[in-house]
Write a protein that binds this ligand. Structure first.
Ligand code: PLP
Length: 396
């Protein structure tokens, strides 16, 4: 049996493979340089250009760019009418920002459990948590697979609730031929460097309705109804602040980078799908690692390639497997500790273990293997080789 790198043996890779990484090419450098020389660093034309490109790509009627994915969530909640006293149902298995932004909007997140096979928001659980105070339901397209928007739409329509999609993982995915961006009343995106396309920090909200789009534009600009460029074009100096908003604007530098990246997204999605197929094949014989289920009708966007460990077949825990993979040069990651188990939420909302048993049972078994547009099939083969070594050494 080959000696594990964690025990001093030779690692599978000498240069570590990260779990995610941006792709930056000449087109990106040129786009940002053109912007720097254009005279508009913020509130200029690159932002509406990026917004139109996002609307075209997703088929969403309206797109509003903001400074990060968390601001996108806050803006989406506000634009759809989430207010203090409201409850918003969120899945327990997500990045903390999905729930945090509910608190930023003055409302209360209510944690719902996920489906054991897909780890997507469980509609039956949502149904049980609806109260007279519930205003909205947020689904998270965990790992890049669209959530069950058919059943969620039906529940939201019947109960008079707004439906949101946190699509930070799923730009470019679709469900029954309907693209991410058109599956909910509002869809939020993140352009952090590990996501499908990057602007450094950045985000956007896609809306079905014009009225929500207008509220979002005011909200991201301090609550002021016109922006600097509109006033400059009209030669006007007067403006009116109609509500308390934020400075959540994306700069033109970032939007230029975003447009250059978005133009290459179709090729990158192909790459991610082909890497996922390579993982499926390479791990098909694994006794201890099981990929998540992909539902019929869903076209996965593969932000993450998540596997669940079968701990009964291993003599060690997930932390040890994670450390052993790092020693082999494979930087796996974990997404996510269920949000209701963080000490902040336990103190603030009194959440505790047992509230979302499926998410809690999944958490100690989750591993995200490397997945990014610059990866190759030979990188996947390295991951599979490291996994095979570790699985053999730690077989129960
Ligand atoms: C990345 C991410 C966010 C937040 O995006 P930022 O741009 O980092 O603020 C929100 N939700 C999920 C599920 C994410 O993965």
């Amino acid at each position: 049996m080959p000696e594990l790198a964690i025990d001093g043996g030779p690692p599978v890779r000498r240069t570590p493979l990260p779990y995610g990484r941006q792709t930056i090419e000449t087109a990106d450098l040129e786009a940002v340089q053109r912007c720097l020389q254009s005279g508009w660093l913020t509130t200029g034309p690159a932002v509406p250009d990026f917004e139109s490109a996002l609307a075209d790509f997703t088929g969403a009627p309206h797109a509003v760019a903001v400074c990060n994915g968390t601001a996108a969530l806050h803006t989406a909640y506000h634009a759809l009418g989430v207010r203090p006293g409201d409850e918003v149902i969120v899945p327990a298995l997500t990045f903390a920002a999905t729930a945090n932004a509910v608190l930023h909007a003055g409302a209360t997140p209510v944690f719902a459990d996920v489906d054991a096979e897909t780890l997507l928001l469980d509609p039956a659980c949502v149904e049980r948590l609806v109260t007279p105070r519930t205003k909205a339901v947020v689904a998270v397209d965990y790992a890049g697979q669209p959530a069950d928007y058919r059943r969620l739409r039906e529940i939201c329509d019947r109960r008079g609730l707004r439906l949101l999609a946190d699509a930070a993982h799923s730009l470019g995915g679709d469900l029954d031929g309907r693209r991410v961006g058109t599956l909910a009343d509002a869809t939020t995106l993140s352009f952090h460097p590990v996501k499908h396309i990057t602007t450094g920090e950045g985000g956007a909200v896609l809306f079905a309705e014009q009225a929500a789009d207008r509220r979002a534009r005011t909200f991201r600009n301090h609550g002021i109804t016109t922006d600097h460029r509109e006033r400059a074009e009209k030669g006007a100096f007067e403006y009116d602040m109609v509500e308390l908003g934020y400075n959540y604007r994306l700069t033109d530098l970032q939007a230029s980078l975003g447009s250059a990246q978005l133009a290459r997204l179709p090729g990158w999605l192909e790459r991610r799908r082909s890497l996922a197929r390579a993982y499926d094949q390479a791990l098909a014989g694994s006794a201890a690692l099981r990929p998540l289920a992909v539902l019929p009708g869903a076209r996965h966007a593969w932000h993450l390639y998540v596997v669940q460990l079968d701990l009964a077949r291993l003599a060690v825990d997930r932390a040890r497997v994670h450390r052993a993979l790092h020693a082999e040069g494979i930087a796996a990651n974990v997404h996510y500790r269920p949000v209701h188990l963080h000490s902040f939420y336990r103190e603030r909302l009194g959440t505790k273990p047992g509230m979302c048993p499926v998410a809690e049972a999944a958490y100690p078994r989750l591993l995200s293997l490397p997945m990014f547009s610059g990866m190759t099939e030979s990188d996947v083969a390295d991951v599979a080789a490291a996994v095979a070594k570790i699985e053999e050494a730690y077989a129960a």
